[in-house]
Design a binder for this molecule. Structure first.
Ligand code: SF4
Length: 433
């Protein structure tokens, strides 16, 4: 049976959270998704899967009550539990996770620690001149993508917000904008603005690991200083930056990522790179209007930052063991707590980033009890002690998710489901402690 066609559906498939999607579902399966976006359609197809047991203990189906009791017993027995994930949840689930971590006196960290954590640290250090995507759409005549490949990670970003739309002060759309891509010299020439293969007006290749040097050259030249060996493309970029009416730089993990364990040299200082970029953007405001915006990957990772901040005062990497929140990336981040074997239980709300943990952390995760809350249609890269399959926000349950520019959007419930929400499971666990 085809359920009614749904219009203006917000899609949590990536940080764009496009809220103009039209889709149709038949017997719980996605049969139409428009405008076309394979990433978004896959998200709805994958999570619409039915028949998953609501709870499992050691891989075997179990009743919800029995699984809650078992998980609560594990939590009670733990000395220093870690709550991790949260970016595929929504505000209500994230708030329940923080409350549980506080009740347990453990640590809580989000997937930001594996992606834009360094950017958050940078903006805490030097501030951030930023804007909403609506402002970019209506005003930006120069759009720079630095260290990101939007065609792959955010397929409709260019179409909907940054490159093609006609805006109030950019009435000619694409023709009224100059678009630049800056990135790793070994890859940037292959990057595209959208899945149709749209190209930027200028490509600025940066040798791997030398973003900081390129940013320093731009800052020096902006102040009127001279810098040796400046590539022509970088000089051209500075001219465009100084000459635009409203510029924006979207930056991704290519500049922000820090790989503490096995990344190449130069990838250890993502927060330094991002701080230099944010300072450049702030300084450009002496000559024109310029803003910066992180390209957030997961659907509600921005919501996780927001909820963590208003509940604990800090965006990620928070310890509650002293009865008050303490913040220290590198000490209370999940990778470090697991790799150093300091935590003796891990509760994961979403396990999509487990493969990106260093080997020592993944090893320890298999050696301790784990409680996993995840959506149907996911194959976790760990074998949890207790698993709850929770209803999907934006498909089975309503909720609030934050777009990459921190604008909250209401997700809709379109399919009935017997699965519990993560807010309910986390609240029940807290109650049973
Ligand atoms: S760009 Fe992202 S949010 Fe928009 S439809 Fe595609 S996956 Fe969904």
């Amino acid at each position: 049976m085809v359920t009614q066609p749904w219009t203006n559906v917000p899609c949590p498939g990536c940080g764009c959270v496009c809220d103009d999607v039209r889709l149709a579902l038949a017997d719980g399966e996605l049969i139409a998704f428009d405008p076309p976006c394979e990433l978004g359609a896959q998200w709805f197809r994958r999570h619409g899967e039915r028949g998953a047991p609501a709870a499992q203990i050691a891989g075997q189906p179990a009743s919800l009550g029995e699984s809650l009791d078992r998980a609560a017993a594990l939590l009670r027995a733990a000395d220093y539990p870690l709550v991790y994930g949260l970016s595929r949840s929504t505000t209500a689930g994230q708030r329940a996770a923080v409350a549980l971590a506080e009740r347990l006196g453990g640590a809580i960290d989000t997937t930001a620690s594996l992606c834009h954590g360094p950017s958050i640290m940078a903006l805490q250090e030097v501030g951030e001149v930023t804007s909403t995507l609506g402002e970019v759409r209506n005003r930006a005549d120069l759009v720079v993508f630095w260290g990101c490949h939007p065609a792959q990670s955010h397929p409709r970003h260019a179409e909907r917000y940054s490159v093609f739309p006609r805006g109030r002060y950019v009435p000619r759309g694409r023709e009224g904008r100059t678009v630049v891509m800056v990135g790793d010299a070994t890859q940037v020439h292959q990057w595209r603005l959208d899945p149709a293969g749209a190209r930027p007006d200028l490509v600025v290749p940066v040798p791997p690991g030398e973003d900081f040097e390129a940013l320093s050259q731009l800052r020096t030249m902006l102040r009127g200083g001279s810098s040796a060996n400046v590539p022509d493309e970088l000089r051209r970029l500075l001219d465009l930056m100084q000459g635009c009416r409203y510029g924006v730089v979207f930056f991704g993990l290519g500049i922000a990522e820090t790989s503490m364990w096995d990344g190449p040299p130069g990838r250890h200082a993502g927060h330094v790179n991002v701080a230099a970029l944010l300072q450049l953007v702030a300084e450009l405001n002496a000559v024109t209007r310029f803003t910066a915006r992180r390209m957030r990957l997961q659907g509600d990772v921005s919501g996780a930052d927001n909820v963590m901040c208003w509940q604990t005062g800090y965006p990620f990497a928070v310890d509650m063991s002293r009865g008050y929140p303490r913040y220290n990336p590198g000490e209370f981040t999940a990778s470090e707590l697991l790799a150093s074997r300091q935590t003796d239980l891990c509760l994961l709300v979403g396990a999509e980033t487990v493969p990106y943990f260093p080997a020592e952390a993944r090893e320890h995760l298999q050696a301790i009890p784990t409680i996993l809350l995840d959506y149907p249609g996911t194959q976790p890269a760990l074998a949890p002690t207790v698993r709850f399959t929770t209803s999907v926000y934006g498909l089975h349950s309503a909720g609030t998710a934050y777009r990459m520019d921190n604008v909250p959007l209401t997700l809709r419930a379109m399919l009935p489901s017997q699965l519990p929400s993560d807010e309910w499971v986390l609240g029940e666990l807290a109650r049973r402690l």
